[in-house]
Unconditional design. Structure first.
Ligand SMILES: Nc1nc2c(ncn2[C@@H]2O[C@H](COP(=O)(O)OP(=O)(O)OP(=O)(O)O)[C@@H](O)[C@H]2O)c(=O)[nH]1
Ligand SMILES: [Mg+2]
Length: 450
């Protein structure tokens, strides 16, 4: 399935740098090496060479690395030219390879070839991109674990167990007379239950991996002057937003990224929610509402020292979209007595803080992590994507259906079919079962040269 053509790309970031790497992969690599370097260097040995164009003109002098198929990242012959990091010289080296029969690689094409040549599975290919794009140290470590195959191994264990179950059940179909003896042993039901337990556990882990990779969006909302921008600045540790005693200060949506124990959180500060005659402020409120709808969690900030805000809290919360995950942050508690707890008639959790004194902040951070579903279990986390979690869930549902069919003695064929569908869902994760569309979508998001 691999391309019969040879691809070339600059593998290092664009611009000037100490070193830049041009990577070539495909059947024409040996030809290109002979033309540009004078020989094909020995496998995986760094050699010093002049890099020449097809006319023999010297373009650069650097280190060349050749990896013979299939012992390379892509599984094809690969040549890496480590030259000087100037944009013009890099382009000249690429142009020379193009001249000698290579074509410019698309984003992710090297990784795609690695996948198609069975050097890595789909989860690992995705982990390459996740590692490059990791927005926190924890996310990077998690991506490395996926890259090393930890997630794939767990998926494969589940898939293998399911395959065993399928074989057992399908044997029951083939030997119809012994139908009952094969299935009524009870062992099958127990094995399916065990499988479901393991599947739930992996779903939890994958969910964590997805959180680590994608992070969460937390929107700070509330009435004007509640202390939203102050909270934004305090949580991000930066002076992102203008704070002033004048209500209606913030108009635009302001963003800052913070890391909570490795969990990347995008914080959004928004305009105070109120009815206003001012067109600019109206637009600010409109933007605030738009972000609120998309939030993974809303921190609804209340000025606890302001009687009107406290009295209006229940109504304010009711005016927010239904089923929105909201935490009420009762701010400015430095201005009220300790015993003061405004009552509000919703089930939203509430926390008391003072941005000025810092009181209640560590509780707020822990609450955020917990409410976003993050357990900072760095040791076992691996990166995962929404599509992995979806596929795991689908597999789980099918196997549940199989168990149901077994319990209600629905017929062995139905059990077999559900197990088969579950197995196929798992296969989508590592790429045993894929469609062209899926592959295209995954690799298109990679950077060029990867
Ligand atoms: N005493 C006290 N004052 C606070 C606290 N938090 C914020 N403030 C003050 O409250 C005022 C409003 O703060 P901002 O952070 O600008 O409020 P905001 O909710 O962003 O206001 P808008 O952008 O106008 O909607 C400022 O004068 C802050 O210094 C607090 O915990 N205690
Ligand atoms: Mg503000």
């Amino acid at each position: 399935m691999t391309g019969t053509d040879t691809i070339v790309a600059i593998a290092t970031p664009p611009g000037r740098g100490g070193i830049s790497i041009v990577r070539v992969s495909g059947p024409a690599v040996a030809h290109i090496a002979v033309a540009m370097l004078g020989d094909v260097p020995p496998h995986a040995h760094a050699v010093r060479r002049d890099f020449k164009d097809s006319n023999g003109a010297i373009l650069d002098n650097g280190v060349a690395l050749f990896f013979a198929a299939p012992r390379s990242f892509t599984g094809e012959d690969v040549l890496e030219l480590h030259g000087h990091g100037g944009p013009v010289v890099q382009d000249l080296v690429v142009a020379a390879a193009l001249d000698l029969g290579a074509r410019a690689a698309r984003g992710g094409e090297f990784s795609e070839r690695a996948f198609l040549n069975n050097k890595i599975d789909l989860v690992q290919a995705e982990a390459v991109a996740d590692l490059i794009n990791a927005s926190s140290a924890a996310a990077a470590k998690a991506a490395v674990r996926s890259l090393q195959g930890e997630f794939s191994a767990r998926v494969n264990t589940l898939a293998d167990a399911l395959l065993q179950l399928r074989m057992h059940v399908e044997a029951a179909i083939d030997f119809a007379d012994e139908d009952l003896t094969l299935l009524e042993e009870g062992a099958i039901a127990q094995r399916i239950r065990d499988w479901l337990t393991a599947s739930s556990r992996l779903q939890d882990l994958a969910q964590q991996g997805m959180l680590l990779r994608d992070g969460c969006t937390v929107v700070i909302a509330g009435r004007p002057n509640a202390g939203k921008s102050s909270l934004m600045n305090a949580l991000s540790g930066e002076d992102v937003a203008i704070v002033s005693a004048t209500p209606g200060t913030t108009r635009d949506v302001l963003r800052a990224t913070v890391t909570l124990d490795g969990l990347p959180v995008l914080l959004l500060d928004t305009a105070g929610l109120r009815v206003s005659e001012d067109a600019i402020e109206q637009e600010g409120v409109r933007r605030a509402r738009k972000e609120i709808e998309r939030a993974d969690r809303v921190l609804y900030v209340v000025d606890s020292a302001d009687q009107l805000s406290v009295a209006g809290l229940s109504a304010d919360l009711l005016a927010l979209p239904q089923e929105l995950p909201v935490t009420v942050v009762l701010n400015k508690i430095d201005l009220c007595g300790k015993a003061f707890v405004p009552d509000h008639a919703t089930s939203a959790p509430s926390l008391r803080v003072s941005v000025t004194s810092g009181e209640g902040f560590s509780a707020l951070r822990s609450h955020l992590k917990e409410s976003l579903g993050y357990q900072s279990s760095e040791a076992s986390a691996f990166s995962a994507r929404r599509r992995h979690v979806d596929a795991l869930q689908r597999a789980h549902v099918h196997v549940m259906a199989a168990l149901h069919a077994l319990d209600s003695t629905l017929g062995v064929e139905i059990i077999a079919e559900e197990l088969k569908l579950g197995h196929a869902s798992l296969g989508e994760i590592t790429g045993q079962v894929t469609s062209e569309d899926l592959l295209g979508a995954i690799f298109a998001s990679f950077c060029i040269g990867k």
